[in-house]
Design a protein around this ligand. Structure first.
Ligand code: ATP
Ligand code: MG
Length: 729
């Protein structure tokens, strides 16, 4: 038996060795699903399958990189580089770069990130004479995104009775028109947004049988991790690609389905057996990750859900510590408690920083944790937040590069046409845009013929110089690599110099960021293989641009650094840590106020809780604060109902900080000042839930991962997706 098979249990081995035909592995957390998938790839290759013929789709770039690394480790050779392992978005973008011309896009199409996309939505909304205050770009974009992920075209959108009714109800009957105009504008700009990478890829396969045939033939073996979270568009693409050979292997856990708001439904899992009636289904029942205590509470919690596939999960790991349940007075106390506990774990239990993760429901919660970690000098890495590539100076620089590759890219053009200032003001830009829209040309084409379109004098000269400059950059594309072009652009435009001359603290920071960008382009050019896309030797500017737009914040951080990791539960999917702190277990926060409308929503929150618990290998701390500032108001909360679902025998209660210790009362008393802060009557009992009227109001403002206007719509398929947050909630 090959070495890599020896470490597996019997069922896992069976899954690895079942290489032909449709296969589904449904199993609980930590049962080795990802391990099986990775080993299966190695096994296929050991059997002689060409790595070019294997496609593996994961949810994050991080997971893809890890998988590649593990396969390389097992095989101890570099063959793994040719594998198509990546996120849906990165793999599809790579294929579209070879095929996009068939659907009328330039092969060097631009990928619009969420900001670009919203900016286009805003522009076309204005052009349709609709009020952008009412048709908020963010909300409209989410709606469009939902449509694409459900494979609803603008035309279908406009004629679908139910969709129209839904928009009427939300008093936004014109969203379909915006969608239509938006799609046309992106097409004109030679640009795809993140959702288009799925949607257009689907169209391509659907409408071009020869393309479908080519990729069906290429990807003889298809594997998908976290299958429970694939949305309809992804589902359909997989179905098409797998239809010829049916060597499709999916692994998932319905109990960890946490993206139904993005259109993913566990229907995928149920449907798999219907689509492939000879599908083999393997269940894995042994958990290798968690202690018995952790697994026991995970099982207890998920049992409360009605809509789950029944599964048993056991472990032979040690019993482990009880789960620590910690109540604090305020959110700051919660942060302080966690920092203290981490120090103690390091001192007494020999844990290192990187053994520890702090998880939370919403990004906003990270603040109090960050503060206390900083105060305690504990190094940490936070996942989520502004990505390097979203910074203004970086986006400006990249806009130049984008424009060179694709002059139709209107968003890029608008960004830098007058930056650094070169005398092409807003009026001129608006005029050029108007002319472009009237003639159905790109703005770039208008600029190319600026004199013809009536531009005169200094403006005309500036435009002509600008056009000439961009063209001279573009002429480098075929001859020079990404770094040389980028360097030249920085110099010629005067852009880097301008940043250099700004000696304010922010200016210096911006200059350093730009240096960092150039370093990273250099690294891209000098690395022998483009690891992310697996492409050998493509060091072109457009290859570079495609790669970075699909990077998320998490990809830019080193998961192996010796730091405490902070992230939302969504971002923690698939990961594991020796010690996990789960904060903010309060009613209204987790489960989230916005997810209490239906049983389905509540069950999804509970699955999220299940995911959080099962990230912990050895120690798990659950905490909640009696009061917390949210949106400038002090809010008081009860402990989360999820805590009540954990049998007492597994819990070890404690109270930490912020006033007089009082284990008896759920609310504690605290000092008079604290009671006043909390709004309690002097010396009396805390205000009951119902007598805290601001609570619902404030809670409904909570930013969570769920797009607001979607949270209450009945059609679960109608929701957004964004690779930047696909895994990071
Ligand atoms: P999740 O549902 O959270 O994604 P998973 O089912 O994908 O979990 P893995 O991450 O593959 O589980 O495995 C969980 C842990 O158990 C990993 O550390 C893995 O190396 C280990 N593991 C899996 N199978 C075995 C085995 N047969 N022997 C020893 N360790 C194993
Ligand atoms: Mg996994």
């Amino acid at each position: 038996m090959n070495d890599y098979l020896k470490g597996l249990n019997e069922r896992q081995r069976e899954a690895v060795m079942t290489t032909e035909g449709p296969l589904m592995i449904v199993a609980g957390a930590g049962s080795g699903k990802t391990k099986v998938l990775t080993t299966r790839i190695a096994h296929l290759m050991a059997k002689g399958v060409d790595s070019f013929n294997i496609l593996a789709l994961t949810f994050t770039n991080k997971a893809a990189a890890e998988m590649k690394e593990r396969v390389e480790h097992i095989l101890a050779n570099r063959e793994a580089r040719n594998l198509y392992i990546g996120t849906f978005h990165s793999v599809f973008a790579r294929i579209l770069r070879a095929e996009a011309h068939r659907i009328g896009y330039p092969n060097a199409f631009t990928i619009y990130d969420t900001d670009d996309a919203k900016s286009v939505v805003k522009a076309v909304t204005g052009e349709l004479n609709l009020d952008v205050q009412h048709y908020k770009p963010n909300q409209v974009y989410n709606r469009i995104s939902g449509a694409k992920n459900a494979l609803v075209s603008p035309r279908e959108y406009l004629v679908d009775h139910h969709i129209q009714q839904e928009d009427m109800r939300s008093n936004r009957p014109m969203i379909g028109q915006i969608y239509d105009a938006y799609a046309k504008r992106c097409f004109k700009n030679g640009a795809m947004d993140f959702d288009d990478l799925l949607y257009k890829f689907y169209e391509l396969l659907k409408n071009f049988p020869e393309v479908l045939h080519k990729y069906q033939h290429k990807f003889k073996y298809i594997m998908i991790d976290e299958y429970q979270d694939t949305n309809p568009a992804q589902y359909e693409v997989i179905k098409l690609l797998g239809a010829a050979h049916e060597n499709v292997c999916v692994v998932g856990d319905d109990a960890q389905s946490i993206y139904s708001f993005r259109g993913a439904t566990i229907q995928n899992i149920l449907q798999f057996q219907k689509d492939y009636d000879d599908a083999k289904v393997i269940k894995l029942e042994q958990n290798y990750r968690c202690t018995q205590n952790i697994l026991a509470i995970a099982n207890e919690v998920i049992k409360q859900n009605k809509g789950q596939i029944p599964k048993t999960l056991f472990t032979e790991n040690e019993t482990g510590e009880k789960i620590k349940l910690v109540r604090t007075m305020t959110d700051n106390d919660e942060g302080k408690f966690i920092a203290d506990a981490i120090q103690e774990l390091r001192l007494r239990n020999h844990y290192t920083n990187k053994d520890v993760a702090i998880l939370y429901r919403t990004n906003a919660q990270s603040r109090s944790f960050e503060e206390s970690l900083r105060r305690h000098n504990i190094p940490y890495t936070i996942f989520g937040g502004i990505s390097f590539y979203q910074r203004k100076e970086i986006k400006d620089y990249i806009a130049y590069l984008r424009l060179i590759v694709n002059p139709k890219d209107e968003e890029a053009l608008k960004r830098i046409i007058n930056y650094p200032i070169r005398g092409i003001g807003k009026t001129s830009v608006d005029r050029a845009l108007l002319a472009a829209n009237e003639r159905d040309m790109s703005m770039w084409e208008v600029l190319e013929q600026a004199a013809y379109f009536g531009f005169k004098g200094g403006t005309l000269t500036s435009i002509e110089e600008f056009v000439l400059m961009i063209k001279s950059f573009a002429s480098m594309i075929d001859k020079q690599n990404a770094y040389d072009i980028a360097f030249h652009v920085g110099k010629q435009t005067g852009f880097v110099k301008e940043l250099f001359n700004d000696k304010s603290t922010e200016g210096v920071q911006r200059y350093e960021n730009v240096q960092e960008l150039l370093n990273s382009i250099k690294e891209f050019v000098e690395t022998p293989t483009n690891e992310e896309s697996g492409e050998v030797g493509d060091k072109s500017l457009s290859a570079y641009l495609q790669q970075i737009v699909l990077l998320t914040d998490s990809d830019q951080k080193d998961p192996n650094a010796d730091t405490v990791k902070l992230m939302t539960i969504h971002a923690a999917k698939g990961l594991e840590y020796p010690v996990v702190f789960l904060g903010g277990l309060e009613e209204g926060l987790f489960p989230n106020q916005m997810s209490l409308n239906t049983r389905e929503e509540l069950e999804e929150e509970r699955r999220l809780f299940y995911v959080a618990i099962t990230r912990a290998k050895g120690r798990l701390y659950l905490s909640y604060a009696n009061t917390r500032y949210r949106f400038g108001q002090l809010v008081q909360s009860d402990q989360s109902r999820f805590i009540n679902e954990i049998p007492e025998q597994y819990l070890d209660h404690s109270y930490a900080g912020g006033g007089v210790k009082n284990q008896g009362s759920k609310w504690g008393q605290g000092s008079a000042f604290e009671r006043m802060q909390r709004g309690f009557p002097q010396g009396g009992t805390p205000a009951s839930k119902s007598s805290a009227p601001e609570k619902t109001h404030v809670a409904s403002l909570i930013q969570n991962n769920k797009p607001k206007e979607v949270a209450h719509t009945p059609s679960a398929n109608f929701v957004p997706s964004d690779p930047a947050t696909l895994a990071e909630g």
